[in-house]
Design a protein around this ligand. Structure first.
Ligand code: CO
Length: 134
């Protein structure tokens, strides 16, 4: 059911420092910071040959990643995003298997303007999973 790894999202406490690490130390191509107020984050895209890493930094007072950074002050992997061809079919199959879909279970338009859902980390080895309809 899942297809390509769309991205790995890493929450970072200091976006400039994270950019320097990825650009200058690891030698990766990084985007300029992109503010996504609707999602409560500023994102820098690290462009790799086969996928992306997204560096997430809180934006605004109710950022969904602030609590994560409070618990993980040095930052950490926040979620992985897998592509699916049909997000509603994927959701229904997952629910039938007993997996918990976060929120009201209806896909939302995600940070890439495509429908996404998040799955409960306790059902996926402690990892928050995002599904994105590719
Ligand atoms: Co994501």
């Amino acid at each position: 059911m899942i297809g390509k790894l769309n991205h790995v999202a890493i929450a970072v406490p200091d976006l400039d420092a994270a950019v320097r690490t990825y650009r200058d130390v690891l030698g990766a191509q990084v985007s300029a910071p992109v503010a996504q107020p609707a999602h409560g984050v500023t994102v820098v895209f690290v462009l790799l040959e086969n996928t992306k890493v997204e560096l997430l930094h809180p934006l605004g007072e109710k950022s969904p990643i602030q609590g994560f950074l409070d618990k993980n002050p040095s930052g950490g992997i926040h979620h992985v995003c897998y592509e699916v061809a049909d997000i509603l079919a994927a959701r229904d199959k997952l629910k039938a298997s007993g997996a918990r879909v976060l929120g009201d279970g209806e896909p939302k338009i995600g940070a890439h303007d495509k429908p996404v859902l998040f799955l409960h980390p306790k059902d996926f080895n402690g990892t928050l999973v995002e599904l994105e309809q590719a």
